[in-house]
Design a protein around this ligand. Structure first.
Ligand code: HEC
Length: 208
């Protein structure tokens, strides 16, 4: 009778262990997830920069015409990347133009870390974040200003009047002017939830 109980209990424990080992598929190394999220960040930035530079080259619409790229295209591209299962892509900053882009706690902490680094130091930061049992890989890349950004984020005295007026009309509490060349304008963040983002991780890492 006693041995029967022992057998039943040990079978029960084995089943539980089996169940856990099945769903606890090994989590890839930090460097591997960083490579995948860095790749997503690179694609996002390339796409947005191409859109912005193409719009700025349009001599008729000019800089005012390019405002729509940042105002509409950027959120649209973020939403498309964020529709991948387990993935969220976002641009944020301490000095915001659009309050919808406000940083969360982790992003605020990372903005401070990147601010304290030398301008030409490492521009990436990543780590696993675990909140309420949810495991999430957070990759952050610094976004520094180049001369083209200053048309809409630089010294207001040097910005075109029409650009200033259009921005003021759309964004009442704009804090995103007064940046200088190479300043930390903000960050691009890519989050990959685990295991929800596993399929995306697998398909991108297979091509790297
Ligand atoms: C044609 C004007 C224009 C140019 C040029 C421009 N931006 Fe913006 N930027 C905007 C607008 C408008 C927004 C607000 C977008 C929104 O509503 O989400 C914005 C938002 C941002 C944000 C998101 C955070 C926030 O403040 O809401 C970042 C980061 C950013 N810009 C960085 C850059 C960088 C880096 C460059 C240069 C490569 C650049 N921008 C060039 C107009 C511009």
């Amino acid at each position: 009778m006693r041995s029967k109980t022992v057998v039943t209990v040990s079978i029960g424990i084995s089943l539980i262990l089996l169940a856990f080992s099945g769903c606890g598929e090994s989590v890839p190394k930090d460097e591997e997830v960083a490579a995948v999220t860095r790749h997503i960040a690179g694609d996002f930035m390339d796409e947005l920069k191409t859109e912005l530079l193409t719009a700025l080259e349009d001599t008729v619409a000019g800089t005012v015409g390019a405002i729509y790229v940042c105002a509409e295209k950027a959120p649209e591209i973020s939403a498309r990347y964020s529709s991948l299962p387990g993935i969220t892509v976002k641009r944020t900053s301490k000095r915001l133009r659009n309050p919808n882009n406000a940083p969360d706690e982790y992003e605020m902490k990372t903005l401070e870390i990147l601010e304290s680094r030398p301008a030409f130091g490492s521009q990436d930061h990543y780590e696993w974040e675990i909140t309420d049992g949810q495991k999430k890989f957070r990759f952050v890349r610094a976004i520094n200003t180049s001369s083209v950004c200053l048309k809409c984020h630089g010294n207001p005295e040097k910005m075109e009047d029409e650009v200033k007026a259009t921005i003021a009309e759309k964004y009442e509490n704009d804090q995103a002017t007064g940046f200088m060349l190479e300043d930390l304008r903000g960050i691009l963040t890519v989050s990959l939830e685990w295991p929800e983002g596993k399929a995306v991780f697998d398909s991108i890492s297979a091509g790297l």
